[in-house]
Write a protein that binds this ligand. Structure first.
Ligand code: MG
Length: 267
């Protein structure tokens, strides 16, 4: 009897110490249990615009663990969702939000604001929102200002529970942790060791999958209690290789293929 209590206690401690896909604190809900993160939303199969509200909704409909999207800031400090620094010929950092509204996606959507995107995202309670802050090449000070605005918006909308942050800028991620020490942040650029990510309080690595093909990333990450996310994985063999290595997250333009591959591997 005593030993079984000890086992249960140890199991509980272990589970608490590292749970890459924890239960939500949102009442009556838990995150989708799979490693699939739709890259820029789920857009490809149905020819939706990347980073549109439509692609976010499709990712949720598919039951992805997460949906990724990219944040930029206009010249009048409005946070908007788009991959490139340009939106249909307008350079986002140099135009106002009002000017951006002169353009639209082929499906009729205007560029989503971060506020609208998060408000849509938190209507559902099963899929995480993977928020990438895009650094500008020229102005690190502006990047930090943008980061402050992003974290404030997430807080204002009470969206913290949904949001994990990623960036190619180490400084942006460190800034997020200053603003919110409990935020989950993962670095994208592939050039920092897991030991350093751990020491700096990061949640994990989010590197191109080719980085993981060299070295003992998966074993070491588990030892350190870090997550591994891999981008952008669009074919079945690479997905299978990652599943075999028990990767926590697979970021893909092909979430439907990822689900099919997971299903076939579980047979
Ligand atoms: Mg991105």
């Amino acid at each position: 009897m005593k030993s079984s209590i000890l086992v249960i206690t140890l199991m509980t401690l272990f589970t608490k110490s590292f749970d890459p896909q924890p239960k939500t604190n949102i009442k009556g809900s838990s995150w989708n249990k799979n490693p699939v993160i739709a890259h820029r939303g789920a857009w490809k199969k149905n020819n939706l615009p990347e980073n549109s509200i439509a692609s976010l909704k499709e990712a949720a409909r598919l039951g992805c663990f997460g949906s990724e999207f990219d944040v930029h800031m206009t010249s009048d400090s409005v946070l908007v969702i788009n991959h490139d620094a340009d939106f249909y010929g307008l350079h986002i950092a140099e135009v106002t939000y009002k000017e951006l509204l002169t353009k639209q996606h082929p499906n009729g959507e205007h560029i989503p604001t971060l506020e609208a995107y998060l408000k849509e995202g938190i209507k559902q309670k099963k899929m995480k929102l993977i928020l990438e802050i895009k650094p500008s090449k020229a102005d690190p000070k502006r990047d930090l200002e943008m980061t402050d605005h992003v974290v404030a918006m997430v807080k204002k909308l009470k969206a913290k529970e949904w949001v994990d942050y990623i960036s190619f800028s180490y400084d942006i991620l460190k800034r997020i942790l200053v603003l919110d020490s409990k935020a989950k942040v993962a670095y994208l650029n592939g050039d920092v060791s897991l030991e350093k990510l751990k020491a700096d309080g990061f949640y994990g690595a989010d590197y191109h999958y080719s980085v993981y093909q060299k070295g003992e990333w998966f074993v070491k990450a588990k030892e350190l209690g870090l997550t591994i996310n891999a981008w952008t994985v669009n074919n079945a063999d690479d997905i299978k290789w990652l599943l075999k290595n028990k990767v926590e997250f697979i970021t893909t333009n092909e979430p439907e293929l990822a689900f099919e591959t997971i299903k076939s591997e579980n047979k």
